[in-house]
Each structure stands twice: as C-alpha cells, then as structure tokens.
Design a protein around this ligand. Sequence first.
Ligand code: FDA
Length: 304
Amino acid sequence: MLANVSKNVFLHASQNRVLNKAAKKWGLRFGAGQVVAGDTIEGAMKKVRELNEKGLVCTLDHLGEFVSSREEATEATQYNVRTLEAMAANGVDCNLSVKMTQLGLDIDRSFCLDNMRRILDTAKQYNNFVRIDMEDYAHCQMTLDILRELRETYDNVGTVIQSYLFRAEQDVKDLKGVPLRLVKGAYQESPTVAFQNKEDVDKNYVRIIEEHLLNGSYTAIASHDHNIIDKVKEMVKKYNIPRTQFEFQMLYGFRSELQLSLVQEGYKVRVYVPFGKDWFGYFMRRLAERPQNVAFALKGFFSK
Ligand code: FDA
C-alpha cells in the first residue's frame, strides 16, 4: 500500500515539467550522482573507461525529457553526435541510447526522423550502434514505425520492447532479426494496455525473451532481477544459444556486484550509463521502481 503511494508520487514527479526544468539548474542532487554519471561528456567518458576496465561494456544516454522546441531537439541531436565522436576519440567500448521525444517526436515526426538519421550516419561512420529507448505507451506505435522506416536504410539501429504491454509478444514476433533490448517497462500504463501485476509482467518477460532468442535474434536482457537472470542462464543452456547472441544489461549504479559476477562467469554485460543536466525524471522513475532506492537516495541527500 505504502509502496504503491510512493510509486505514484515518484512517477508523477518524474512527469512534472516544472520540477524537471528546475532540477536542470540545481545540478545532481538527492543522491542522483550515484545513478547518473555526471553532467558532461567528459565526466561520462571517464566513468565508461572505468567500467570498460572492469570488463563491462556500456551504452550512454544523454538525458533529456519534455523537449518542446526545435532548438532543444537540434541541440540534443548535436549533443548525441558529439557523444558518438567522443566515444570514438576515447576508444571506449560503448554504444548510444536515445529517446525519440528528445529528438523532437512530439514536435514534428519528419524532423525527428531527420535528427535520428544524422545520429545514425555518425554512428555508422564509427561502426557503432544506436538503440531507441522505449517511452510511454502513447509513443510506442510511433517509435516502432520510426524504427521500421530507419531499418530500411540502417542496420545499426534497434529498440526496446516492454513486457508489461499486452502487445509485446506480437511486437517481438514482428521484429524478428532486429536487435532488441527486452525490459519489463518503467512507465505507469492503463490496465487496458498493460499487465498490472508483477507475476504477469514477469511471465510475459520470460516468454518474449525465449521468443526472441529462439528466432535467432540478438537479445539484450535488461533487468536487475536475479530470478530472471537465472532463468535466462538455464534457457540458453537448454537451447544451446551461443553467448554471442545475447547480453545482459543493467543500469549504472545498480547491482554492481551482480554485474561483475556475470562478467566473471563469461557473460557480456552492458551498463546503461545516463548523464547530463536533465536527470530528474530518470531519477524519479528509478525511485518509483524500488522503495529501497528511497533509502539509497536519502542517504545521498543527507551526505551532500
Ligand atoms: P524489478 O524491479 O522487477 O525487480 C525484481 C526483483 O529483482 C526485486 O524484487 C529484487 O529482488 C531484485 N532487484 C531489482 N532491482 C534491484 C536492485 N537495485 N538491488 C537489488 N535487487 C534488485 N524501461 C522502459 O520502459 N524503457 C526503456 O527503454 C528501458 N531501458 C532500460 C535499460 C536498462 C539497461 C535497464 C536495466 C532497464 C531499462 N528500463 C526501461 C527499465 C525497466 O523497464 C524496469 O523498469 C527496471 O529494469 C526494473 O525492473 P527489473 O527487471 O530490473 O526488476
């Protein structure tokens, strides 16, 4: 009950434009520095290098939400291009994650598509890969349509499917051959489109992981849930799926010991490393997911 109340409070805060805007001026606060890798490209590069040295590969996410002007979307595009250039210059093992709303999806679809093409051209130049993060349900179909259009020209782009959505299984079937990150889902969605209880979300999660792995597609299993990770280990053993066909992914600052123990067992593990001034919405969603994170954040708050 209390967990549900705090979840709703954090999810609402994550979508509050005033708070998100104000937080950009505050700098990283309330312990956010433990899950957000600084607010500059240089700071992020340093963290990525440290993670690479430990055997972890990375994906960088330049945080950005509620983009409502062409200027902001263009700036975000340029920043992503510069991030790809910095990865190449620093020789780090890292790809990029982007959100379509950050590139102007809510402003003008073809403008957003052009911005994404600029990013993908740069990535192609450096032999790199870009993943389109999945946002709320309202953007899901639009994001998948954009992905399909981009895949006609680019093979270095993939996306994310959320197992809490009823549509997930069909989407995974339709996206055979496309590199997918599979997650449970981080937004608050209506019971008309999404499973509401954890058991159903987890069951569907295992189902879509199996579906994508068995159809021979590259699969990123992005979860901190050791039960899911154990099930994936059993699954790949049972079906003889090579380790080159999948990777585990976790967020920066979460379950670092588990990340390293998977590396020691010989699995590929990619850390999702968010950075940038627009940290508030991301941080609030992480607090909503797990009540224990509140204690973690408060510790950070009091230690500032
Ligand atoms: P979940 O929260 O279901 O927890 C299950 C169990 O795992 C817990 O009961 C606990 O035992 C254990 N556990 C979980 N977290 C723990 C921790 N920090 N410490 C110790 N134990 C822990 N979402 C989205 O909608 N769009 C997206 O594009 C992405 N992208 C993305 C990338 C990456 C790399 C990750 C890891 C996640 C995302 N997500 C996402 C978020 C995702 O949808 C989901 O909300 C979170 O990962 C939380 O679900 P989990 O499967 O991690 O465990």
